[in-house]
Design a binder for this molecule. Structure first.
Ligand SMILES: *Cc1c(COP(=O)(O)O)cnc(C)c1O
Length: 477
């Protein structure tokens, strides 16, 4: 092909390909369309059902051009209005958070400017924004400056980075895997067992330590179990403490566990994915000892109300993190430099990554910390308020929770589990607020997890009314 022919073809192609570079007037129109959509969505949030079924429709990609307006209508009908409405304050199931608006703006800016956030040389500013978020987290949890951290997509990936570091620091490989022991409780999040399998520790021994009546790890049981394992020639390796369990909102006695871990030379991991940010509230004392953890995970997409897709991990031993993630295979421990840890890619399995630092950094800079803390304090009071109201109605409630998750059931005279299941079904069918269920000590219970920043007293009043309404239905059968 000669140059003339090439130029001719290029001209023809660019006529089509230029469509991807949206012109300024179209950009303005599209942003207005999206902004109008977002405003309509947000102001209509309270009127939307919090849970609805989906009838599949027109999401298929058919290589036929469709307008933004049409697609937003499709999106509203088939995504925004189906399943659980996770932006709503009426989402009180699983671990909700809402998704604050300023983080959405940050995502937009991050996507438009698209810096390469994982390598310092490629975008020193973006890498430094991530570093500043990590520095802030280190201060919040009193981690030393020498520790390292990474912003991940989710808590499960944070755990993957932490456990891999623990594995490599303690050289858990080959025959040692089957002789090494991990200490958990029945209340740990299932991502813990899942990650152990993913990182090749499927054959490790798992001990479930007893819980006290508030669903916290019993430290005397932990010591007994460790001693027994040592006398059988096993290798106590890792203990996981949870700062805010998913089911019951309990915080394990972190300080005591940290001392036990130190005494037996074990790695101490704290799963603070849900509860960690409550350290900023009046519940601070519960978190004593968290600063002694070897690794800690925390989800800004939970306790900081950032939209889904950002977790964080802090680890004290930077060598072990670099060991598995630094990209040249022949890296040597004594060559660790500040330069290496400036690039998030060296501390994570991810290379090219979403510039998620901005969605945490921008909201913190715009709002300051106070509104976040006030929201968390609110949630602590709301769970108390809810429990009082339900007790007044004759419900049984679980033990006073450490944080903002609790559970309840109605003491039906007969078939209590079956009837409480029916009550859960009625609540889901009602759809005014969303709750989820669990089984605790053989009792089917209904859980309430209050964490969305939009959840207010009015929401809880609505929840109580709905539960009352649904109870009447079950009783009248
Ligand atoms: C949510 C949660 C996780 C998992 O985090 P993801 O961000 O969903 O991967 C782990 N531990 C606890 C205690 C959690 O609440």
């Amino acid at each position: 092909m000669n140059s003339e022919e090439i130029i001719k073809q290029l001209n023809e192609l660019s006529f089509i390909s230029n469509e991807l570079e949206v012109a300024e007037s179209d950009r303005l129109r599209m942003i207005k369309t999206v902004s109008d959509y977002a405003n309509k969505f947000l102001s209509g949030l309270d009127d939307l059902k919090v849970f609805s079924e989906r009838k599949p429709g027109s999401l298929v990609i058919k290589n036929k051009k469709r307008s933004l307006e049409e697609l937003l209508n499709v999106y509203q009908a088939e995504v925004a209005e189906t399943g659980i409405n996770a932006a709503s304050g009426k989402h009180l199931g699983y671990i909700p958070s809402g998704g604050i608006f300023t983080a959405a703006l940050a995502d937009f800016i991050a996507a438009v400017t698209n810096p390469y956030a994982s390598v310092y040389y490629a975008s020193p500013g973006a890498a430094d924004i991530e570093k500043e978020v990590i520095n802030w987290l280190k201060k919040v949890f009193s981690f030393p400056e020498s520790s390292v951290g990474n912003l991940t997509s989710v808590g499960s990936v944070s755990a993957l980075i932490a456990f891999t570091a623990a594995r490599d620091k303690h050289k858990i490989k080959n025959e040692l895997i089957q002789k090494s022991v991990v200490y958990l409780t029945e209340q740990v999040h299932h991502s813990v067992q899942k990650v152990l399998r993913i990182i090749g520790l499927e054959d490790i021994i798992i001990r479930y330590v007893e819980l006290d009546e508030n669903h916290r790890l019993k430290t005397n049981s932990l010591i007994k179990t460790i001693e027994k394992d040592i006398s059988s020639g096993l290798n106590p390796f890792l203990v996981v403490g949870t700062a805010g369990t998913t089911d019951t909102g309990a915080v394990d006695p972190l300080n005591e566990i940290s001392e036990i871990a130190k005494q037996y030379k074990m790695w101490f991991h704290v799963d603070a994915a849900y509860g960690g940010f409550f350290i900023l509230t009046s519940k601070k004392d519960l978190f004593k000892g968290i600063e002694n953890a070897d690794s800690l995970i925390i989800d800004p997409h939970k306790g900081m109300f950032i939209p889904y897709g950002v977790g964080a991990v802090l680890i004290k031993d930077k060598n072990s993190v670099l060991h598995s993630n630094y990209y040249t295979a022949n890296y040597m421990q004594d060559a660790v430099t500040e330069e290496m840890i400036k690039s998030p890619a060296n501390l994570s399995p991810e290379l090219t990554k979403h510039f998620r630092g901005l969605r945490v950094w921008l909201p913190l800079q715009i709002h300051g910390v106070e509104p976040f803390v006030a929201c968390l304090e609110e949630k602590l009071l709301l769970v108390k308020y809810f429990r009082n109201k339900l007790s007044e109605l004759g419900f049984k409630v679980g033990p006073e929770p450490d944080l903002s998750v609790s559970y309840f059931w109605y003491p039906f005279k007969f078939d209590s589990n079956e009837k409480n299941k029916q009550l859960m079904k009625e609540i889901h069918a009602d759809g005014d607020v969303f709750l989820s269920s669990s089984v605790i000590n053989g009792q089917f219970v209904i859980r309430i997890a209050i964490l969305v920043f939009r959840t207010k007293k009015e929401t809880i009043d609505k929840a109580v009314k709905m539960i009352e309404r649904c109870l009447e239905k079950v009783m009248s059968r």
